[in-house]
Design a binder for this molecule. Sequence first.
Ligand SMILES: [Fe+2]
Ligand SMILES: [Fe+2]
Length: 155
Amino acid sequence: MDDDDFVKWDDKYSVGIQLIDDQHKELISLTNALFRGCLAGPEEAKAYFSETIQGAVDYVKYHFSAEEKILEEIKFPGYENHKSQHKSFIVKILTDVRSFEEGKKFVPNAFVRYLRDWILSHIAVMDKQYADYMQQNNITLGHINPGILAKSGGA
Ligand SMILES: [Fe+2]
Ligand SMILES: [Fe+2]
């Protein structure tokens, strides 16, 4: 584990929607916190995970739901595919978390690496696609019903 395991927000990740950028920043800081939790050793990592993992999963779900509401609202053509990518990720991490809770084989370090790599590449590739779509079609936050944003997630 070294400095490379920690992720720094970069403006290249921006999707041009403040609310979503803020949520992405929060996701990055969550994975950094989980990495920090792994640093102290396997037992400490387990203790840290039992305290924090559910909150992290809930935040991921909250973010996906907020994002999907926006994609639906802006009629993003890749909506269904995007939604199903979110869904398979949730299924995968919930399976891992269940293994962890049941005391089955679970490697915190590997889990956090998976989480970090998936989230970063998803933001850089998939989320970038709707950012580009919005830019090409001159869709701004002003086109999005503020009620959607206010209700988004419902965590
Ligand atoms: Fe996202
Ligand atoms: Fe996404």
